[in-house]
Design a protein around this ligand. Structure first.
Ligand code: MN
Length: 288
């Protein structure tokens, strides 16, 4: 059975809510509840927690350093991984670490599945929430304060970055991405998620050594994934996401999957945490 290195990030420092740091623990329990015969994969769990002292920015900087040490190591050893946030600011550590682990740092391709662009900086953000900023840092467009929280020693080339599912954003973010010429597939233009993902992987495989996927749970329609921090109507149905992920199951170029922004406070009868488990199994599980 496949074993997937899994990192839980017990933090919600990047957003306004208090409980998204429990996602990893809850997913861990969900996996524990299943009978041994039903297992399609084994998760090897590791956890990181924020430190108690320092400012929020200092804590996030050190937390992302820790996250990046895990993903750097796994990238160097060519082990596929799973990161369970936390709010989406964990992307700074996850993908910064992959970049640090690659022989050629600019050979990471990233597919960003999200209702939001997450491409603010401190200069443009209305809320100051860092979970709305990781994309700017990953592209090398951070201001000084944001750059201090990013552990990567290189950046993702804009042509190696593809966003899918966008339906809620601010003009400053759009300008940043447009200037960088990042490909954006808006939610109402997806026209079949399987095809969109295959197309994205085909494009990235021409210039990249490895491809990562960062999934913000608010990419999914709130009817199917209510347990998120910032719901936005009009997302992909869970069924369509699972079908698309099964098409790219254990794709040889995929280095890792990150899932973020689970908020148990908004969940309904554990729907979202169960879906999270199905997502992981569909993506990484061995087909029986
Ligand atoms: Mn996000």
């Amino acid at each position: 059975m496949a074993t997937i290195q899994t990192l839980g990030v017990a933090s919600c420092l990047g957003g306004p809510m208090r409980l998204c740091g429990y996602a990893a623990e809850m997913l861990h329990d969900e996996f524990d509840r299943q009978r041994p015969g039903q297992q399609r994969l084994q998760l090897q769990w590791h956890m990181v927690h924020p430190e108690d002292h320092g400012t929020k920015e200092e804590k996030l900087s050190r937390l992302n350093q820790s996250i990046s040490r895990f993903t750097q190591n796994w990238t160097e050893q060519k082990q596929t991984f799973l990161v369970i946030g936390g709010d989406h600011s964990c992307a700074l550590g996850t993908w910064g670490g992959v970049i640090n682990g690659l022989q050629q740092p600019d050979k990471l391709g990233l597919i960003w599945l999200d209702a939001h662009m997450d491409a603010h900086t401190f200069a443009t953000s209305h809320s100051g929430n860092i979970h709305g900023m990781p994309v700017a840092a990953l592209l090398g467009k951070a201001d000084k304060k944001l750059a201090a929280m990013y552990p990567g020693q290189g950046f993702i080339k804009p042509e190696n970055f593809i966003m899918i599912g966008i339906r809620s954003y601010e003009v400053e973010e759009y300008q940043l991405l447009k200037q960088a010429a990042v490909e954006i597939v808006f939610a109402d233009r997806i026209n079949g998620l399987s095809q969109a993902l295959i197309k994205a992987i085909d494009k990235l495989s021409r210039s990249c050594e490895v491809i990562g996927i960062s999934l913000d749970l608010d990419f999914i329609d709130p009817d199917d994934a209510p347990g998120v921090e910032t719901p936005a109507q009009g997302g992909i149905k869970a069924e369509e996401l699972l079908a698309a992920l099964s098409v790219i199951n254990r794709h040889p170029l995929i280095c890792g999957l990150e899932i973020s922004e689970f908020n148990p406070e908004n969940d309904f009868e554990n729907k979202t945490v169960r879906l999270m488990k199905e997502i992981v199994e569909t993506f990484y599980g061995e087909n029986s």
